[in-house]
Ligand binder design. Structure first.
Ligand code: GRF
Length: 205
């Protein structure tokens, strides 16, 4: 079994989708070992508690505003839990640099648009969908990609498209795309898990 850590800041619906995929046997060979959130009141932490999964609140503030302290503590927690794969599921912070280096090719993020468009700093939540509608795009969707140092820049693992209708509001589009995210994030994790299990290189360096 590979050990998965999920980082999440908000509602945790993508965390729940991962959990359900494991429970119903769609996502195989992976155990949801750890949930980490920068937000102690996040739905993600509450969900972890309800399911008796280790849920850890970890933030810069909790580490006395010391970025090195946060980096060391994150690495310590991940190493203690023998984590193999990290999924960012609505995580609003950047992972510390050493974490990205150590787990490179084993960290995935889900983004609610068709990268490389509508990604980068400030492109989160409804901002993404507002920008897509303002640009009069006919299609949007979601992307699962590897995590590198900069926001939304890593290699894309998979994407699913949907239509953008003239009647769409950012909220309606967000709702349609959330359903896609819930499908493709577990699939992206499965792709990486299979490669790790079969000792196939996950990412080109
Ligand atoms: C998702 O739309 C994700 O793509 C974005 O943040 C949102 C998190 O939603 N990065 P949830 O907390 O998983 O419900």
């Amino acid at each position: 079994m590979l050990h998965l850590a999920v980082f999440a800041s908000g509602h945790g619906s993508n965390l729940e989708a991962i959990y359900n995929s494991i429970e119903n046997g769609l996502l195989k060979g992976v155990e949801l070992t750890l949930v980490i959130s920068n937000n102690s009141t996040s739905g993600a932490i509450a969900f972890a508690k309800a399911k008796h999964i280790s849920g850890i609140h970890l933030s810069l503030l909790k580490c006395n505003n010391d970025p090195k302290g946060l980096e060391d503590e994150t690495l310590r927690i991940l190493e203690n839990a023998k984590i193999d794969i990290i999924a960012l599921a609505g995580y609003m912070k950047k992972l510390p640099a050493e974490v990205i280096t150590k787990y490179r090719g084993r960290i995935v993020n889900v983004h609610p648009a068709l990268l490389p468009e509508f990604g980068g700093e400030g492109m989160y939540g409804l901002n993404v969908h507002k920008a897509v509608i303002a640009a009069q795009k006919k299609h949007s969707g979601a992307s699962v990609h590897f995590v590198e140092g900069e926001y939304d820049t890593g290699k894309i693992i998979l994407q699913e498209f949907c239509s953008v209708f003239e009647t769409d509001t950012p909220e309606l589009l967000a709702e349609r795309i959330k359903k896609i995210e819930h499908r493709i994030l577990p699939l992206g994790i499965q792709i990486i898990a299979d490669k790790i299990s079969n000792k196939v290189p996950v990412i080109n360096t």
